[in-house]
Each structure stands twice: as structure tokens, then as C-alpha cells.
Design a protein around this ligand. Structure first.
Ligand code: NAD
Ligand code: ZN
Ligand code: ZN
Length: 346
């Protein structure tokens, strides 16, 4: 089968032919219908060799959807032909965090060398993929896999962050979304669907600001050193009760701190290497800073429910598997508006 692999540190991803995988005991084989392209893949492909925690080559793709093609021995709960989305942050299934459905925070994944598909285990950017356990499959329930596959990460991650801050997103509050890209443009829609907050989107690109407006941002503001003042002007000086930073680089974490209201939540989702420092006088009183990773299995089911009710529509552009390296190039250049999705079997 064809697969998109990151093969050598510092090199671009390549389309290669690899043996068709076969499901072992307890595993599920999926014929992949769609795989999303996330900026985190570029972050991983920018790491020096010593910082990559898994062996190469790596088949990319941590946003996956497919049709169940075969079952390993002992698998129950899914049937050949089922259309499913893959819950990506795989855990041990047994520790207290996994028991709570928070496999994204599994206490034993590292020790047991359990990796998410596309981030250590072979991922969804291939014609077939192995899913380690049926519990990591969520029925699509009629949702189009191509339009909705990004919800497994670009939907789930912002959903988790927003849910954390729901008590602060009351009528009259403001939420700032920094970076209106793959995750950000979904975050804007989820904020509009789940809360009464006013949404201010920031980006450095006019195309992305237009997308932000199109998907429901009340205001779209250029992300520069004037942004905090603009946010204060739009909020009668109060600032934003919730700031979601989908870039996480020094310029944006600095905006996040400067735009926060008293008792705000600042959530740094982006892997840009920035930080928000907390200490008396550095931030408005009682501002909380957090940096979450992905979301829970239950939250993925909830996000798909929102999509089924028409509450979120991912802006996608599609590519064949042979065009996957081009999709990464375009994402790296900031040219993907919304989410790029690879169709490995068409
Ligand atoms: P993306 O490239 O689709 O979107 C990033 C957006 O940020 C783009 O629209 C870009 O124009 C904009 N941007 C760049 N610099 C900016 C600046 N200074 N100010 C404002 N906007 C700016 O990327 P994505 O796939 O949406 O991922 C966003 C970030 O989230 C990445 O760092 C990714 O690695 C990270 N991520 C984290 C998690 C997690 O669990 N914590 C999960 C998925 C992705
Ligand atoms: Zn991702
Ligand atoms: Zn666990």
C-alpha cells in the first residue's frame, strides 16, 4: 500500500510503498477514508534527532477516519464495514486517567511505549492503518469522513479547551482566539455554538482573518503588538475572560498575557515555544494559565454530536496521497486556509 512517511530527520515527508498491515490480536484494520494534516506534524519534523521519542520511518497522520476492513482475534464491538473516526491519544486503558476516558493523559503510555497513530505508531496517511483497540474507534454516525476527520484533533483539542473554561464564558464575556488556522477556525465555531461569549479572532494573515469572520468571529484583528490595546478597546478596557492561543509562540503568549481580564483563563495550545509567566503583578489578578494536550474520548463523541447537529463545519481542502508532501509544504507556508485533508484511497 502507499503511505506518507517521515523517514529521515530534517527531510520532507515522502510517499512510499510499504507492506499491507495485518491486524494482530485485539487490533482493528481500517481502510482509511481521510486523514487530516496538522501543524504538530511540522513541529515533530522540525525536532532534532535526540528529541524525537520514537523510531523513524514514521507513517504520518494523527487525524484519521476509515472503514473497518478486518478484525484481529478477540475484537468485539465493531463490525467490518463500520464507518469510524479514530480517537488518537491512545493510552493503556487501565490507569486512573484512562479509566476516566482521559487517555490523552495516560500515566503509563510512556513506560509502555504506547504512541498515538502518526506520532509514533503508524498513522492514517496510508491506504490502511492499524488501530490498537476497538475502544479507539468512534462511529461517524452518518458524518462525511472527509469533512469531519479534522474534528478528531482540530475539533477535539479546542473543544476540550473551551469546555474547561465554560464557567467563565458567560453572556457579556469575551473569548480571544489567537491563530485562526486549522484548530482556530473550529474553535471560533465551537465558541459560538457552546457559549454566549463575544469572539475576537487574531491572525497575521488577511485570508485567515476573513475565514474567522466567515465562521462567526464577531471581530477579526491583526495579530501585532497593537493587538492587546485593540482587544481592550473592544472590551471597555476589561480584556478577555478567556484567551485561547493556537500559536503559542513568544509574540502570541505575550499578547495572551496582555489581553487577559482579571480572573481570566489563558490556554496555550500551540507548540510555538512561548510561555506566559505567572507571579504577583505579572498578570491580572487570579488569571489561570494552562497548556492542555488533545482531549478525552467522551469529548470526541460530543464534538461529533455538535457536527451532526450542524454546529461546526470544518473548512477543508483535499489532496490525494501523492499530493500529501505538497499539502505539508502549503501548510508550512501558511497557505492552507482551514484544514488540509488527504484522501489515501481516491
Ligand atoms: P495552522 O497552521 O493551521 O494554524 C496556525 C494559524 O496561526 C495560522 O492561521 C497562522 O496564520 C496563524 N499565526 C501564525 N503566527 C501568528 C501570530 N503571530 N499571531 C496570530 N496568528 C498567527 O496550525 P494548526 O494545525 O491549527 O495548529 C495550531 C497549533 O496548535 C500548532 O502549534 C500545533 O502544533 C498545535 N496543536 C496543539 C495541540 C495540543 O494538543 N496542544 C493539538 C493540535 C495542534
Ligand atoms: Zn494535531
Ligand atoms: Zn493509562
Amino acid at each position: 500500500m502507499k503511505a506518507v512517511q517521515y523517514r529521515e530527520v530534517g527531510a520532507a515527508p515522502e510517499v512510499v510503498t510499504v507492506p499491507d498491515p495485518e491486524p494482530g490480536p485485539g487490533q482493528v484494520l481500517l481502510q482509511v477514508t481521510a486523514a487530516g494534516v496538522c501543524h504538530s506534524d511540522i513541529a515533530v519534523m522540525s525536532l532534532p534527532a535526540e528529541a524525537i521519542g520514537f523510531p523513524l520511518p514514521l507513517t504520518l497522520g494523527h487525524e484519521g477516519a476509515g472503514t473497518v476492513a478486518a478484525l484481529g482475534s478477540g475484537v468485539v464491538g465493531v463490525t467490518v464495514g463500520d464507518a469510524v473516526a479514530v480517537y488518537g491519544p491512545w493510552g493503556c486503558g487501565v490507569c486512573i486517567k484512562c479509566a476516566e476516558g482521559k487517555e490523552n493523559y495516560c500515566l503509563r503510555a510512556k513506560e509502555l511505549k504506547i504512541f498515538p497513530p502518526g506520532l509514533g505508531a503508524p498513522g492514517a496517511m496510508a491506504q490502511y492503518m492499524i488501530v490498537d483497540d476497538a475502544r479507539h474507534l468512534v462511529p461517524l454516525g452518518g458524518l462525511d469522513p472527509v469533512a469531519n476527520v479534522p474534528l478528531t484533533d482540530a475539533g477535539l483539542t479546542p473543544y476540550h479547551a473551551i469546555k474547561h473554561s465554560l464557567p467563565k464564558l458567560v453572556p457579556g464575556s469575551t473569548a480571544v482566539v489567537i491563530g485562526s488556522g486549522g484548530l482556530g477556525h473550529v474553535a471560533i465555531q465551537l465558541l459560538r455554538k457552546m457559549t454566549a461569549a463575544r469572539v475576537i479572532a487574531l491572525d497575521v494573515s488577511e485570508d485567515k482573518l476573513n475565514l474567522a469572520r466567515q465562521v462567526g468571529a464577531h471581530e477579526a484583528v491583526l495579530s501585532d503588538d497593537q493587538a492587546p490595546q485593540r482587544i481592550r478597546a473592544l472590551t471597555d478596557g476589561r480584556g478577555a475572560e478567556v484567551v485561547l492561543d493556537f500559536v503559542g509562540a513568544p509574540p502570541t503568549t505575550s499578547i495572551a498575557g496582555a489581553a487577559a481580564a482579571i480572573e481570566a483563563d489563558i490556554t496555550v495550545v500551540g507548540l510555538g515555544g512561548g510561555a506566559v509567566s505567572v507571579g504577583f503583578g505579572t498578570l491580572p489578578y487570579e488569571t489561570a494559565v494552562t497548556s492542555p494536550y488533545w482531549g478525552t474520548r467522551a469529548e470526541l463523541i460530543e464534538v461529533l454530536e455538535i457536527a451532526r447537529a450542524g454546529g461546526v463545519e470544518v473548512h477543508t481542502e483535499t489532496y490525494t496521497i501523492d499530493e500529501a508532501p505538497l499539502a505539508y509544504e502549503r501548510l508550512h507556508q501558511g497557505k492552507v486556509n482551514g484544514r488540509a485533508v488527504i484522501l489515501p484511497n481516491s
